[in-house]
Write a protein that binds this ligand. Structure first.
Ligand code: HEM
Ligand code: HEM
Length: 202
């Protein structure tokens, strides 16, 4: 996590890719996060009532799942080095990619936490219900006003996350379909176009 210029090595015969655990967590997170954004905007635009309550319960449940998964993912990531970039990938792109990924890790943890703090604002109970009645502990000592402020931060972070997703997907598609920098195939099921085999690392 500390390198300023990320490691890059020649990869003439095989392309080094993320290992299967990292790949599985990556794509599970994509599905959960996109669903969560949809659920968030949907419940937020609804009239108060039982139906909104149900969507909100799903919002809290999926959000808590993303938080737990992202903490596991971060621990895994710190213990397993990602595949070094191909040497052809320009320096600035390597730095941009690493910072994009770091900010994703930060957002995947802070975003659900700000949601939890928003729900904790002015709450009388010690827990809030998830799907199936599972209790999610609230954070004590948050006033209603602070909860509302943090709700605003939650909404702002959602916008930043969406902007970064657009950037990240655009970069992935550029590497996959337009560049000849051998930076494709690192996150299966994406594949290297000229048929060079990919090898999982770490
Ligand atoms: C929707 C939310 C998404 C999030 C939060 C996300 C997050 C991440 C993160 C954190 C990494 C770095 C993994 C690591 O080093 O530990 C990564 C890598 C990657 N992601 Fe995503 N991703 C998302 C969607 C997508 C989509 C839709 C695509 C494909 C079009 C994609 C393609 C890739 C690729 C190719 C890599 C490997 C980058 C490399 O060459 O090092 N991601 N993603
Ligand atoms: C990665 C996880 C999460 C994402 C992507 C997300 C996304 C969203 C979105 C898109 C909205 C609607 C924003 C708008 O209409 O402007 C929203 C609102 C909200 N979310 Fe989340 N959310 C997440 C986690 C959570 C969690 C875990 C909770 C609570 C336990 C939560 C509580 C709320 C609340 C209370 C609001 C309304 C904000 C307000 O107006 O004060 N969110 N969220």
């Amino acid at each position: 996590m500390t390198t300023t210029v990320p490691e890059a090595v020649p990869q003439p015969d095989t392309i080094l890719r993320y290992n299967n655990v990292a790949v599985a967590i990556h794509w599970t997170t994509v599905v959960l996060l996109l669903t969560q954004v949809y659920v968030g905007f949907t419940f937020h635009g609804m009239e108060p009532g039982p139906e909104r309550g149900e969507w909100f319960t799903w919002h809290k449940t999926i959000g808590a799942t993303i938080l737990i998964l992202s903490l596991i993912r971060l621990a895994w990531r710190l213990a397993h080095k990602p595949p070094p970039f191909p040497i052809e990938l320009p320096r600035w792109e390597r730095i941009a990619a690493v910072w994009n990924h770091r900010i994703f890790y930060f957002l995947l943890i802070v975003l659900p936490l700000t949601g939890l703090l928003a729900v904790s604002g002015g709450a009388d109970e010690a827990t809030t219900s998830l799907v199936g009645g599972i209790p999610l502990p609230l954070i004590p000592g948050i006033s209603e006003a602070l909860g509302e402020t943090i709700g605003g931060i939650h909404e702002a972070l959602v916008r930043i996350t969406i902007a970064l997703i657009v950037l990240h997907v655009a970069a992935a598609l550029k590497h996959q379909f337009f560049d000849r920098t051998r930076a494709e195939g690192r996150m299966p099921p994406l594949r290297e176009r000229d048929g060079t085999p990919t090898v999982p690392v770490n």
